[in-house]
Design a binder for this molecule. Structure first.
Ligand SMILES: N[C@@H](CCC(=O)N[C@@H](CS)C(=O)NCC(=O)O)C(=O)O
Length: 303
């Protein structure tokens, strides 16, 4: 099987979720450093327009969005499962809580705290990404409340740990641990002093340290040009389409995130599962690549 290539950058919280999942599975992988802001000339040819981070590449298969990336890791590398047996849906529901409610709270608290020192180019880029003003003054005003909310979220996790278990689902770490962890990692790394410890939340910091200790598996760096070459020399996996999507099979469609970073990915609809949508794209410099997005949170429409 071709190597797992993760297009990421060190400071990316959603990448940290994936890196911890790679650590849980003990995988070796290749790390491509991508820019934190646009332009991303070595990423967009692979994705066909999607600019968010992380993106996983396996040969000529390109997986957009951390929620799809972790599912694909589970499908290809089922050992040391990310989804506790019988609780797959629950793990994903918890991931949704972490990626939406908890993440939004962490963003407000962090940028409310460090907003004055943020690079104006970053602010401009994120305004374009979200279509909203990056209002540091408003974030500052709400930061104390956001910090109190982060702690309230942390206390939910502590409730799950009261029986003395090591991780969210018991003795072994799973997706829920990685998904909750990256938000606290984000705050603790980028806004020191904000929520460094929760001494009165019994068990939280020990859990946090256990997840930190999982690490990231074994990454080795790869140049962006080498990743493009891997795609050029590979063929995408064959895909099936669900019967409910038969009407759009082989049609030219546009896939797009529905929250932010909604740049369209245009291609021929060639595959779907209950949780993913796939288009084939023929890229002059790369040949045939399949781009996969998560069904949850992405729209499909005629191109
Ligand atoms: N739902 C997406 C969200 C990804 C996301 O917002 N990523 C951030 C970085 S952690 C991003 O792409 N920011 C803009 C950028 O890096 O260009 C996922 O789970 O992967």
């Amino acid at each position: 099987m071709p190597e797992v290539v993760l297009h990421h950058y060190d400071n990316s919280p959603f990448s940290e979720k994936v890196r911890i999942c790679l650590g849980i599975k003990g995988l070796s992988w290749r790390a491509v450093d991508q820019p934190v802001i646009m332009p991303k000339p070595d990423l967009v040819p692979l994705t066909g327009g999607y600019r968010r981070i992380p993106v996983m590449q396996i040969g000529a298969d390109i997986y957009c969005d951390s929620q799809l990336i972790v599912r694909e890791l589970e499908r290809r590398f089922p050992e040391r499962p990310l989804f506790p047996s019988g609780s797959e849906g629950l793990a994903i529901a918890i991931e949704q809580w972490c990626d939406k409610a908890l993440f939004q709270t962490a963003v407000l608290a962090i940028f409310g705290s460090i907003g004055d020192s943020v690079d104006p180019a970053f602010i401009k880029d994120r305004e374009a990404l979200s279509g909203q003003p990056f209002n540091v003054a408003a974030m500052k005003a709400i930061a104390p409340f956001a910090v109190s909310q982060i702690k309230a979220h942390a206390s939910l996790l502590v409730q799950q740990l009261t029986d003395g278990r090591d991780f969210f689902a018991g003795t072994d770490p799973c997706l829920a641990d990685a998904a909750a962890y990256y938000n606290f990692w984000f705050a603790r790394t980028f806004a020191p002093g904000l929520v460094d410890r929760f001494d009165d939340l019994n068990g939280f910091d020990a859990w946090y340290d256990r997840v930190t200790a999982i690490g990231h598996g074994t990454p080795t760096s790869l140049k962006p040009a080498e990743a493009l070459e891997i795609a050029t020399n590979a063929l995408p996996e064959a895909m099936n389409t669900l019967p409910s999507d038969a009407a759009i099979r082989d049609k030219n469609v546009c896939l797009a995130a529905t929250d932010y970073g909604r740049d369209p990915i245009i291609g021929t609809f060639v595959g779907s599962t209950q949780y993913s949508l796939t288009v084939a794209r023929n890229v002059p410099e790369l040949g045939e690549v399949n781009v996969h997005v998560s069904r949850l949170g992405y729209s499909v429409s005629p191109a």
